[in-house]
Write a protein that binds this ligand. Structure first.
Ligand SMILES: *Cc1c(COP(=O)(O)O)cnc(C)c1O
Length: 359
């Protein structure tokens, strides 16, 4: 067996320990005689799996008791609609556009009400995150939406916008579990699992209880947060296997020491790559320093052909999926929690070698 260094932005690497445990339990989950893939979601065995996963996530993120945790389907993309369908009580919302996904979220919300773009970093190809304060928001907005970590452009919020009494909603798909977050500062946090938590198919929603029960009349039953909360994410068949793996990932992080330890490891990994990029004569990081993502590291040579040559040489050497998003080009190394530090060190060695040959 040989594992490759996979820098994919998502679906992405899972911790080897988690894959091994899932493999061990694949044919016979803890004496049940069946795989988790094969069992009824209403069985007592599965009930424990989903409850344990939720308990682990609550512990890991220190989620206050007045928040519900939902395990849903449809990806972060369906949340672009679910958020306005649940929260646009008076038909107005504020959005900060810091990249492609937040732009999509705003566009989707426009179907249901008036969207006010409070700030955007489009002027500089989303290489930074707009800094906004309380005075920038519409006093009558039902919520403020941000994308916490911008997967495509490699930027991250280095602050939590102060929205006062307006609920703050964050798409945390590519940043969740990378560092500790103060959940109490948010009304809703949602994340597609395939970046930093589990296989694709699962979306985690963390929502403050007082925001439940305001869904618009046209909101599909499945997407009504209150209905999902009342049914413990079991309104219909949940993404059973992804929830199981997510639970293993949560336990893995808890075993390492939790999110403080995870943050330390992530800072160390990202620093190795950014330090090299800052001093390289061939590669240039594209995100502004103070907004650099710990998870998605974007860089270019400035020559599209050379970028292409680099990506294919890297792939041959065992570093795959380094090509930047199809909309921006260049390179992107996604170094989520599961990427071991050796993977980053070896990538930098390879880049140094490539640089020497091309400068
Ligand atoms: C990947 C990603 C999405 C899209 O997620 P899907 O699960 O494919 O819908 C949305 N937002 C962010 C920040 C992402 O990284």
């Amino acid at each position: 067996m040989s594992r490759i260094y996979n820098f994919s932005a998502g679906p992405s690497m899972l911790p080897e320990a988690v894959l091994n445990k899932a493999a061990e339990e694949m044919l016979d989950y803890q004496g049940s005689g069946m795989s988790v893939m094969e069992m009824s979601h209403r069985s007592p065995v599965y009930d424990k799996i989903i409850k344990d996963a939720e308990a682990s996530l609550r512990k890991l993120m220190n989620i206050p008791d007045n928040y519900k945790v939902l395990f849903l389907q449809g990806g972060a993309t369906l949340q672009f609609s679910a958020v306005p369908l649940n929260l646009m009580k008076t038909g107005k919302a504020d959005y900060i556009v810091s990249g492609q996904f937040s732009g999509k979220a705003a566009k989707e919300a426009e179907r249901y009400g008036t969207v006010n773009i409070v700030a955007t970093s489009k002027d500089k190809t989303f290489s930074y995150v707009p800094v906004v304060g309380k005075e920038d928001f519409s006093p009558d907005a039902d919520y403020v939406h941000i994308c916490y970590n911008n997967t495509i452009y490699g930027t991250v919020y280095n602050y939590v916008p102060d929205t006062g009494d307006i609920p703050l909603v964050a798409d945390m798909s590519s940043g969740i579990l990378s560092v500790p977050v103060d959940v109490s500062k948010y009304g809703v946090i949602y994340a597609g699992a395939q970046k930093n938590m589990a296989p694709a198919g699962l979306t985690v929603v963390i929502i403050r209880e007082d925001l439940l029960g305001n869904a618009l009349p046209q909101c599909p039953g499945y997407m009504d947060y209150k209905t999902q909360a009342d049914n413990d994410s079991m309104l219909n068949t949940p993404p059973c296997y992804s929830i199981y793996v997510a639970g293993l990932v949560y336990e893995w992080i808890l075993g390492l020491g939790g999110l403080e330890v995870m943050e330390k490891m992530n800072r160390e990994k990202a620093a190795i790559l950014y330090d090299y990029l800052d001093n390289s004569k061939l590669f240039k990081p594209t995100a502004e320093k103070e907004f650099r993502s710990l998870m998605n590291v974007c860089f270019v040579t400035g020559d599209a052909d050379l970028d292409k040559e680099f990506c294919s040489a890297a792939a041959k050497a065992g570093f795959v999926n380094l090509k930047g998003h199809r909309s921006v080009g260049g390179m992107r190394a996604s170094i989520y929690n599961a990427m071991p530090i050796e993977g980053v060190k070896k990538l930098v060695e390879f880049m140094k070698d490539f640089e020497e040959k091309h400068i």
